[in-house]
Design a protein around this ligand. Sequence first.
Ligand code: HEC
Length: 126
Amino acid sequence: MRRIGFWAAVAATIIAGGTAGTALADGDPAAGQVVFKKCAVCHSIDAGVNKVGPSLHGIIGRKSATAPGYDYSAAMKGANKEWTAKELDTYLTDPRAVVPGTKMVFVGLKDQKDRDNVIAYLATLK
Ligand code: HEC
């Protein structure tokens, strides 16, 4: 019985690992820091520092349009999202399609790897 229990645990681990294809699990923060150069024109990673766009410090898990002192578009104020890795992945693919009317003038990251990596990098900004 103990043997079967062991192999069941191994199988469960393998299955969980195989299906855990979330953005965060796959991303490389170091590569994401390079991708972030595209965002850095408009976004600071420092808390409370807003540029053309709001600070992205602690963005993972943050509610949309809540960076203190930043003047969001009506579109972003109405988006009512929580920036989970999954939500960011969708948004960054095509920002203006996901939040129509957003003033984030950025075509998006079409490459899944770039999105995974930049999201992994954003997750380090706590
Ligand atoms: C040309 C400037 C520009 C670039 C480049 C840009 N953004 Fe933005 N971003 C903005 C602006 C402006 C807003 C505010 C949008 C609004 O209020 O409609 C924003 C909003 C956001 C938000 C929502 C923030 C919140 O507090 O709800 C996220 C997340 C975000 N950007 C991530 C990124 C990432 C990641 C990149 C790079 C892959 C990027 N942006 C590139 C200008 C930019």
